[in-house]
Design a protein around this ligand. Structure first.
Ligand code: MD3
Ligand code: FE
Length: 216
């Protein structure tokens, strides 16, 4: 239905191109907000958030858990995908349908119609938490994109290029934003500087990021 000025509501929210192969779908997760937060409570009741230790012996400021057939873990022996949650000794919680539906729909809109994630890493940032510049390269097939969903407090997101020293661009990622990284951008360095304090209406004093991967 056109409004008073004859405008039609867009069927899909605006998309921004961040880099070749990388698209930002502003607000694309908003229709899923309630379902995602309920499913998240379910996941963390079985596999709670925990602060993992890097191979170098540092405890990460970001708390993590996973769902899906495999989960990303780090400990003193290295980074890997594991079918078992090392903290519970059980498989990771099943990936909820609303997670899968959002990830598959977003990837298709960004030009990756065949993406079927088998792992979702869930990051929880409390004020002060940060993720230093890194590449995601523990996945088997880099032909799969990574889909990232931001919920809660806004964050600055930085990404550079294939080399650690390439210049970085900054984006504000807000509640409901979805980013898809594939093709030439798949192995770009990226990170999140210290989360600023604040309180989000529905998520509280934190930022949650879901990253969907084809890991196995
Ligand atoms: C660019 N998470 O979990 S999401 C991670 O906000 C991670 O929690 C950040 O980096 C977060 O590994 C950033 C955006 C993102 C995810 C994967 C990428 C950007 C990416 C892979 C390649 C290039
Ligand atoms: Fe990453």
């Amino acid at each position: 239905m056109p409004d008073l000025f004859g405008r039609l509501a867009p069927a899909e929210p605006a998309t921004e191109i961040m880099a070749e192969g990388a698209m930002l779908l502003r607000g694309a997760a908003l229709p899923y907000e309630k379902a995602l937060l309920i499913a998240l409570d379910d996941i963390t009741a079985s596999s709670p958030f925990r602060h993992m230790v890097t191979p170098g012996g540092f405890t990460m400021s970001v708390a993590m858990t996973n769902c899906g057939a495999a989960g990303w873990v780090t400990d003193r022996t290295g980074y890997r995908y594991d079918r078992t949650d090392p903290q519970t000794g059980r498989p990771w919680p099943v990936m909820p349908d609303c997670f899968l539906d959002l990830a598959i729909t977003a990837a298709a809109r960004a030009g990756y119609p065949d993406f079927r994630p088998d792992a979702c890493l869930i990051n929880r940032y409390e004020p002060g938490a940060r993720l230093s510049l890194h590449q995601d390269r523990n996945e088997r097939d880099f032909a799969n994109p990574i889909v990232s969903v931001s919920l809660g407090l806004p964050a600055t997101f930085q990404f550079g290029g294939l080399k650690r020293t390439d210049p970085v661009q900054k984006y504000a990622l807000r509640h409901g934003d979805v980013a898809v990284w594939g093709g030439p951008s798949r192995l770009f360095h990226h990170g999140v500087p210290e989360l600023k304090d604040g309180i989000h209406d529905t998520v509280g004093r934190m930022r949650i990021n879901l990253t969907f991967r084809g890991a196995l």
